[in-house]
Design a protein around this ligand. Sequence first.
Ligand SMILES: *Cc1c(COP(=O)(O)O)cnc(C)c1O
Length: 378
Amino acid sequence: MAYEPSRSLGALAVPDRLLLTPGPSNIHPRVAGALASPVIGHLDALYFEIMDDVQELLRYAFQTSNRHTFVLPVTGMGGMEAVFTNLVEPGDRVLVCVNGFFGNRMCEVVERLGGELVRLEAEWGSAVDPAAVRRKLAQERHLKAVAIVHPEASTGVLHPLAEIGAMCREHEALFIVDCVVSLGGCLLDVDAWGIDAAYAGSQKCLSAPPGLAPVTFSPRAVAAIGKRRSRVPSFYFDVLEQFRYWSEERVYHHTAPINTVYALREALRLLHEEGIEARIARHARNSTLLVEQLEGLGLAPFARPDVRLPPLTTVRIPTGVDDRAVRQRLLNEFNIEISGGIGAIAGKVWRIGLMGYNSHPRNVYALSHALRAILGRG
Ligand SMILES: *Cc1c(COP(=O)(O)O)cnc(C)c1O
């Protein structure tokens, strides 16, 4: 044997942290149990039944009857990449609404695909006004798609979407939506809102482990992919190729991440048992409680109150308070992780997630208690 590790490698020892970040969130014990189930083959008929269950449960979560509702073996960003790679060809004009970091990411993806980008901006902390989308649609010609991040996780803003889908139909544009934080935590109605393509992430409000991107495509989106002038430039990210494995064809595409899919199934079962309305109400209640607690410590919310994203609260870091030192103490002394700002508001805000399993009053009180001790306030 030529190579021996230089250290003695002990068994994995990972602390049980409270993850109050914009993902990953902690997982329910039932989800952990599903994850630890035996591995079976990705072409086993039993596994196909599990895939069918996941599709049914995802249709419930997305509120859609779209046949093309399934899971990609990638994180949320991979879902973004897949959706745009299939729907945007070189020269296609795409309107992207930008009010934060993830809107900028969409722009980057569109440009890398050779799309012609049209940006519609709103200030970080506020939402893009649907009326501005309407004006832009009337002004700009031949827009193939309108894209928007429903829950802008950099600023903690939830975009009102209900009216935009109908505007897109009038102008024959596809409506593309990032639902990474909103699926399973906020009101989201893919069919009623006329959304043509949406992607999410397993590790946010669904409280499953990271690594899966639920996606859904309307018949209009599927037809648009069928009418492409060129082949989808990626084999792995060709969603219709992947769907052949999720449909009755069951054609091998890749070896599925079996256990993560078990975990997602269990997480979706928990969502279904609770019911979407109750789940949304729970996220709203605990977020209100968190904002009250933070305000009690003299901390001011960052996002505008009318467009706040319940699963993810942003709060301004008071002047004179050391961002990193506070987060380090939360982690080291209280075993709680929260996130700092990203992009234009790095160092200016904290981002606090109460997602899925973690949206519970005991977590709000655990955090406010710890912050009170660290900041020496109240
Ligand atoms: C987290 C997040 C993403 C990226 O997801 P990853 O799983 O980190 O790749 C995209 N969009 C939004 C709104 C997010 O919150």
